[in-house]
Every structure is written in C-alpha cells, then in structure tokens.
Design a protein around this ligand. Structure first.
Ligand code: ADP
Ligand code: K
Ligand code: ZN
Length: 435
C-alpha cells in the first residue's frame, strides 16, 4: 500500500494523535511568533502550553477574516520571510484580499492534499491533468498544479481563458482529468458543442475536480452528461491553504477532510458553540502543520456539517457535506434569511430553465428590498410565446414564495445572456445602498 493509501486508511485514533501533536505545536508557534495570537490568547485566557486534548482547543478564541485583513500583509506569518517560498491572496469576493505564505513544507502539503482528489479518481502517472483554474495569486491554479505534480501525472498548466484553445487541447492532448470551477467546465462544454465538438465523445475525460464555488447536484448531473465523466467537488480557501482542504471521493457522498492537516469544528454562527456531528453550522478550521500561515480556529463563514458514519470507499477521514453557502452570501430580504442555494433548489425542479442565473437585490421606491431572479431558459424552450414565458415566470415565482417566504420577481432571459465567467460565477448582484 502506497504512503497516501496508508494515511487515507489510517485508524481514526491515529489521525487524532497526529492532530493533537500538530495542534499543540501550532498554538505555541502562533503564540510565540505572531503578536496577534499572543494578544488574543492572553485576552481570552487561553494557555497554549496547557493543551492536553483536542477538546482543549475549544478554549482558544476564534480568528476571523477581518483579523487577517487587519494584519495585512505579513502580520500573521509565523516564520521569517526568508523561509517563505510563495505568496497567495484570496480572490477578494467579499472585500479586501487576505494573504497566505507558504514554506517549502507548506507547498508540499498542498500538493499532497490536492493529489488526494486525483487518488480518489484512481489517477496517477498515466493521467493527463488539465488545469484551467486561473494561475496567479488565486490558489486554484497552482494548488491543482502542485496536486498534479505530486500525483506523478502529466500536468498541463492551461490557466483559465481562451476557451477555444482549452477545447483543442482537451481533445488533442487527451486530458483525462480536468481541474477548474464548475461554471467554467460548463462554459467549456457548451462552447465545444457550439463548435461542433461533442465533449462526451471527443474528449477523453474520466474526472473533473471542480470547486472554489458552490454548485447544485443538478448542475453536476448536467456536467457529467455533457462531458461524460465523474465530477468530484473540491473545497478549500486561501486562509488555510487553498483547494484540497476537503475533496469528494468517487462515492460523491460528502468531501473527505484532509484530517491529518486540518482540524475541523462546526459551530453555531450566532453563539460560537461547537455543534455535534450531523448539525449544520459554520466550519471552523485549525491548521495542524502549516508553517508560514497557521490559523487557530479560523471562522470560514462556510455553512456545512460533519457527516456522521463511515464512507463506503474505506477512507477514514471524516467528511463534510457539500458547502451550503456562506454566512456572508446569506441575503437578508425584508428580515428573512435567504441562501442562493435555496433559490437554486427551486429552479432545478423546472426543466425549462438552465443552471445559469443571477439574483439581483435592490430597494423599491418605498425602500423595501426587492429580489429579481434572472434565469436563462433552456435552448429548446419556445421563447417566442409571451404567454408561455409569463406563465412560467409566475409559476417559478409562486414556488419560490412558498419555499422562501419571500416574494421574488422572476425574469426569464434567453440562453447565453447571463455573463459567463472563467473563474467563480457571479450569482448575486446587490444594488442596495450601504451593502
Ligand atoms: P474569496 O473568499 O475571496 O472567494 P478564496 O478564493 O480563498 O477567497 O475562496 C474560498 C471560498 O470559496 C471558500 O471560503 C468558500 O466560500 C468558497 N468555496 C471554495 N470551494 C468551494 C466548494 N467546493 N463549494 C462551495 N464553495 C466553495
Ligand atoms: K523567500
Ligand atoms: Zn469516500
């Protein structure tokens, strides 16, 4: 059994030992090298030298994205710059970027973690890994790249963009595994079809390792049908490393955390209380062996749960459910909490609409919140019948009202009218003042 197989199948007690040893070192390294942690541990009365069990970590204070921003650029680094090999920054979806540093060891771990996705796809040296996440500060491109190298695969550093060229390379080089955002994979598939290339037949893909943004099961099935491959969801964030913190195995039944590198807790986002397995809440991560940018109890703002029980694949690392949305994506519409995923769940019950949509929030003349869902119809929907369009709009709107308790105006648009993205899709446009 290879080294990776060994760690993926290690008894959970052994993983917990690795976690405890790593966490003890991490909290001390943070305390001794990062003034922010020294102050925050002292203020909270948390003694990093007194950690004796994993539960003791619950006494440590949380760290937030704002804390990382406040310490921009190097304030959170626990190693001198002379040991830092690479820098990445978050894509800044929700504001000022945050910075992560990587020592050689951190880069090695990153490759190893992402390569687990390739391992779950039963991949290795014989695979051609086509990476079309953007290369650069965004962690997607290089994270997948290091994963490809680690697994021994032939790695093609395409980066995002120039979609027609992506399609030629996918076809001609016989790429077997593609890594990019799910929305970009869909755009590649649709563009290929327009070019008269059938990706299900003309590409040679076996698996897609797609993440960096949420996508519905319906979207996944669409992708799998169009590209004739298996989609594995990969999760990660710049603040703890990048893609590879958790990845789905072939079972597609939750994402296995890389538990020997990350310790996960689920908390109630309002009270901070740690929740039992199975309950939905905010994911909190502690790095176990990150050197340059360790985090202790980082609040990811991502909503998920720990899936209880064991996975049929035999991997012993616990699984998180697919990310339900992020607490900062949650829209508060006239006082009601709404997640884009809830809207998506309703949309996927209608065959006539595609997976491309945008949610626009604005205020009306009385300063009340107003939500408009722009959704593309499928190409075979007869857009020329005004009556049919209006009927469908009303139907979707009524279904949304029941599901969300919020009125949503539905505006159906022609196929291909919502902007396609090469990276993360922009699903929400909030035009309200002061937001
Ligand atoms: P930013 O916060 O600027 O988007 P990152 O590029 O680091 O910064 O993105 C990390 C975030 O992307 C995560 O916190 C999560 O919200 C989202 N994300 C990453 N992978 C997934 C995934 N597989 N499913 C859903 N959301 C994801
Ligand atoms: K350096
Ligand atoms: Zn599994």
């Amino acid at each position: 059994m290879g080294k990776m197989q060994e760690i993926l199948h290690a008894p959970h007690e052994q993983i917990e030992e690795i976690q405890l040893e790593g966490i003890k070192k991490t909290v001390i390294a943070c305390y001794e090298n990062v003034p922010f942690y020294k102050k925050s541990f002292d203020d909270a009365g948390f003694d990093p030298y007194a950690v004796k069990s994993l539960d003791d970590l619950q006494n440590a204070p949380f760290v937030t994205k704002q804390d990382l921003r406040d310490n921009y650029p190097y304030g959170m680094f626990a190693t001198p710059l002379s040991e830092v090999k690479e820098i990445h920054m978050s894509s800044g979806t929700t504001g000022v970027a945050t910075v992560g540093g990587y020592t050689q060891h951190d880069l090695d771990i990153w490759g190893e973690c992402f390569a687990r996705g390739i391992e779950y796809a039963n991949g290795g040296a014989d695979d051609v890994v086509h990476v079309c996440y953007g290369y650069g500060l965004f962690t997607g491109g290089l994270g997948a790249h290091y994963g490809g190298l680690y697994s021994g695969a032939t790695t093609i550093p395409m980066s995002a963009g120039n979609t027609e060229r992506q399609i030629r390379v996918l076809k001609e080089m016989g790429s077997t595994i593609i890594c990019c955002t799910p929305s970009y994979a869909m755009h590649i598939a649709d563009t290929a079809l327009e070019m008269g290339i059938d990706p299900a037949r003309d590409f040679h893909l076996r698996a897609g390792i797609h993440g960096a943004e949420p996508f519905s099961d319906n979207f996944r099935r669409d992708l799998e049908r169009k590209l004739n491959y298996h989609v594995l969801d990969v999760y990660g964030l710049t603040e703890t490393m990048g893609p590879g913190v958790a990845i789905e195995c072939w079972e597609q039944n939750g994402l296995h955390l890389a538990e020997d590198h990350f310790y996960a807790e689920i908390i109630d986002p309002n009270t901070g209380e740690v929740l039992p397995d199975g309950e939905w809440g905010e994911l909190v991560l502690t790095t176990i062996d990150r050197e340059a940018s360790p985090v202790v109890r980082y609040r990811t703002r991502d909503i998920t749960r720990i899936l209880p029980g064991e996975c049929a694949c035999g991997c012993t690392h616990r699984r998180i459910d697919r990310i339900h949305g992020r607490t900062d994506d949650m829209l508060i519409i006239r006082g009601v909490n709404v997640f884009p995923s809830q809207i998506e769940d309703v949309m996927k019950t209608f065959d006539q609409v595609s997976s491309w949509y945008q949610i626009e929030v604005d205020t009306d003349h009385r300063s009340l919140d107003m939500v408009t869902l722009k959704a593309e119809v499928n190409p075979d929907f007869a857009f020329d019948s005004v009556a049919a369009v209006e009927r469908l709009q009303k139907e979707i709107s009524a279904r949304l009202k029941t599901a969300l308790s919020v009125g949503v105006k539905v505006k159906l648009v022609e196929p291909k009218t919502i902007a396609r993205s090469e990276g993360k899709a922009k699903r929400i446009v909030d035009l309200r003042k002061g937001i």
